[in-house]
Write a protein that binds this ligand. Structure first.
Ligand code: FMN
Length: 342
């Protein structure tokens, strides 16, 4: 089915298609008679052998939706009906912000890739928290990750305050947190991956976490463009701050070995999809081996097939996430990966 509609979708602007598709999906789930059942029947796949317990949370299956797809948590129920074991919302910032000018999302079909420079467009943490509060009352079993960031206007020296604000607002309504310091589309954000600023943010959040009574897992999402020595620092920082784990990886700035036209390749932003498959797996393997599996890793980057997901698990990931593969392969990919894990 997806193979029939995909060529049509790919004729239009990627961001417009995204909004069009998620809105239709939501309509099917909420308004079409038996729509919910239809989605579940077609896409949902459950088996007791797929469950995973990672950082104290029991996941129904190890395949999640990566951050950025449902930034404001508007489509969680419908996306969950497609079979995802968990949904990561965000990146959300304290204040709403429009993000970068359009166009800011580009398909590179020859490379099965996407370049995006969205720039953390989102409706702000208060809107997200209110929506998740209602959702959690209705569906306490849907596992939700809250991916948090800083507003563009916030200087890096005050970034920790933005992370603290998002953390406090979302604490009651998400199952785990992701500190995003690895998006290439907020000027200077990736500098927060340096040892000093990163330790400040993570130790402050972990201190807040411990004050709350019931601790929520905090994960750090990293870029695939870090050197091995920077990855060594990341291991040290995770162990020192005692956060729960790492998400590897975000999008890359690397443009090597692409088949697409120069114009497309040279669009600024982060590249995701196929060209990222091997690099993100390498980062997972390095972190897992070098740290002696000291913390769980969620593997993300260029998963377009069950084999890609298996490779990430083999490299040391406990769970995986999809974004670009979901666009290129369609929702059937989730079930195919699930089946391959049995
Ligand atoms: C359009 C788009 C928007 C994204 N927005 C975010 C975001 O807001 N926060 C984040 O942590 N990652 C974001 N990502 C990165 C993805 O979560 C993921 O880490 C990356 O795309 C690699 O996975 P993939 O190859 O399966 O797409 C975005 C990716 C895309 C394609």
């Amino acid at each position: 089915m997806y193979n029939i509609v995909k060529p049509l979708f790919f004729k239009f602007d990627p961001e417009q298609v995204h909004h069009f598709v998620v809105k239709r999906l939501n309509w099917v789930y909420h308004h079409l008679p038996f729509g919910k059942q239809l989605l579940k029947l077609n896409y949902h796949f459950s088996d007791p052998s797929l469950t995973r317990e990672v950082f104290g949370i029991k996941f129904p299956n190890p395949i999640g939706l990566a951050a950025g797809f449902d930034k404001n948590g508007e489509y969680i129920e419908a996306l969950s009906a497609l079979g995802f074991g968990f949904i990561e919302v965000g990146t959300v910032t304290p204040l709403p912000q429009p993000g970068n000018d359009l166009p800011r999302m580009f398909r590179l079909p020859q490379d099965e890739a996407i370049i995006n420079r969205m720039g953390f467009n989102n409706k702000g943490v208060d809107t997200l928290a209110a929506r998740l509060r209602t959702l959690k009352q209705k569906h306490p079993n849907i596992i939700i990750g809250g991916n948090i960031g800083k507003n563009k206007a916030t200087p890096n020296e005050e970034a920790y305050l933005d992370y603290e604000k998002c953390f406090n607002r979302l604490f009651e309504v998400v199952d785990y947190f992701v500190v995003n310091v690895s998006s290439p589309n907020t000027p200077g954000l990736r500098e927060l991956q340096e040892k000093g600023p990163l330790l400040t943010i993570l130790t402050k959040l972990q201190a807040l976490n411990l004050e709350k009574g019931s601790v929520k897992p905090i994960l750090l999402k990293i870029a695939p463009d870090l050197t091995n020595s920077q990855l060594d620092d990341i291991i040290e920082i995770v162990l020192t701050s005692k956060i729960a784990g790492v998400i590897a990886t975000n999008t890359t700035l690397n443009r090597a070995d692409l088949k697409s036209s120069e114009t497309l390749k040279n669009e600024s932003g982060g590249l995701s999809g196929r060209p990222l498959t091997n690099r993100s797996t390498e980062v997972i393997r390095y972190l897992s081996e070098k740290s002696n599996k000291a913390f769980p890793i969620i593997g993300v980057g260029g998963i377009h097939s069950p084999q890609d997901a298996q490779a990430k698990i083999k490299a040391g990931a406990s769970l995986v996430q999809l974004y670009s593969g979901f666009i290129y392969e369609g929702p059937g990919l989730i079930k195919r990966i699930c089946k391959s894990f049995i």
